[in-house]
Write a protein that binds this ligand. Structure first.
Ligand SMILES: Nc1nc2c(ncn2[C@@H]2O[C@H](COP(=O)(O)OP(=O)(O)OP(=O)(O)O)[C@@H](O)[C@H]2O)c(=O)[nH]1
Ligand SMILES: [Mg+2]
Length: 337
């Protein structure tokens, strides 16, 4: 999945103004009538549904607006240059590559951002006549277009993202909760790219759940498959930490939570402010010693939910909690409009 791409955009140059004089029968020396040049083509980035990511956009591609045409006699305007549209999926942020500033985001149908404005057309000589000079040979050239380097970053719009160690059962849980069929494996790092599933709670409420590759200690330094995919937390409201009661490479259940949270805050400190929920999976496999260990852990936490993605135990409670955590307050609902 391509979620980052650098492109160059260049708007069209404006058309030149025209020098022309009226030539008609019985008017031997008509006044100036050179029209204005057309505006150069703009470059826009706009919403398009059903694009999986940014993979239809070539890295370092150049998008060029058309040049405006020259004005003509009889005060005719030159034609505007053709506008260019770059289609992106919802969830795309547009950054100025040089300054790093966010120019805008494409979220909803109809969203459109002008990223390079076409150069203005120059004025024709009809604007330059004065009482002293009735035959002006003056005109303006069209203005040049502008050029910009942009970075497009795509992050899947989801409500909840699942994070956990390899094999903790993230994919199994997403397919238990939704109809999504991601690969469930017996080996670590089964999931290599993000997958979105939709949990339908009732006809009015659904929750988009994102299955992500595994995080381990050191993902931020490139261990495992790295941490590039954490960019997709950008738009999620809730992080669900899925904990494995069985140690992974000697990392206990309670240490998993600390490591996962640290990897998230190292990627982007703002992400630590998101709502979170700790869930312990595989409770169908626990023996007494495990149960005791888990109970000690739970005492130290606010909310922990215990489930089995395999048998479905605890899933109803988890769904109820997700419904609460992802519900927008009225304030948020109107703010997001
Ligand atoms: N008994 C039992 N097995 C489970 C449960 N959840 C997952 N598993 C098994 O654990 C293994 C790993 O599950 P996945 O869902 O692929 O784990 P994952 O977290 O998506 O793994 P990665 O994509 O590699 O990070 C599979 O063999 C699952 O069948 C559970 O609640 N109970
Ligand atoms: Mg998986």
């Amino acid at each position: 999945m391509r979620d980052r791409v650098a492109i160059k955009v260049r708007s069209g140059r404006g058309g030149d103004g025209c020098i022309s004089f009226r030539r008609e029968k019985f008017i031997p020396r008509g006044g100036p009538d050179g029209g204005d040049g057309g505006r150069g083509g703009n470059v826009f980035i706009r919403f398009k549904e059903k694009l999986p990511s940014l993979e239809q956009i070539r890295n370092k591609a150049l998008y060029k607006g058309g040049a405006g045409r020259q004005g003509a006699g009889a005060k005719k305007h030159g034609r505007h240059g053709d506008d260019v549209f770059i289609d992106v999926p919802p969830g795309t942020s547009v950054y100025d590559q040089e300054t790093g500033t966010l120019i805008g985001e494409i979220i909803e149908p109809g969203d459109k951002i002008m990223v390079a404005a076409g150069g203005a057309g120059g004025r024709g000589n009809c604007h330059f006549a004065t009482p002293q000079n009735r035959t002006p040979r003056e005109f303006e050239p069209g203005e040049p277009g502008e050029e910009r380097l942009l970075e497009l970053v795509f992050s899947i719009p989801a409500d909840v993202a699942l994070l956990g160690f390899p094999g903790s059962g993230k994919s199994a849980l997403v397919s238990r909760l939704t109809r999504s069929k991601t690969k469930i494996g017996h080996y670590p790092f089964t999931t290599l790219s993000p997958h979105l599933g939709v949990l339908i709670i009732n006809p009015y409420t659904s929750v988009k759940i994102l299955d992500l590759p595994a995080i381990i200690k050191g993902s931020s330094e490139g261990r495992g498959v790295g941490n590039y995919f954490l960019i997709h937390l950008n738009r999620t409201r809730v992080i669900l930490y899925l904990l494995d009661p069985f140690e992974h490479e000697g990392v206990s259940l309670s240490d998993q939570l600390g490591i996962l949270r640290r990897e998230v805050s190292e990627f982007d400190p703002d992400f630590s402010r998101k709502r979170e929920l700790a869930v312990i999976n595989k409770i169908d496999l626990l023996d007494e010693a495990h149960v005791e260990q888990i109970n000690m852990f739970i005492e130290k936490c606010d909310t922990v939910i215990r489930v089995s993605a395999d048998t479905g135990e605890g899933i109803d409670e988890l769904i109820a909690e997700l419904e609460v955590l992802t519900a927008r307050t009225e304030e948020e609902g109107s703010a997001s409009k």
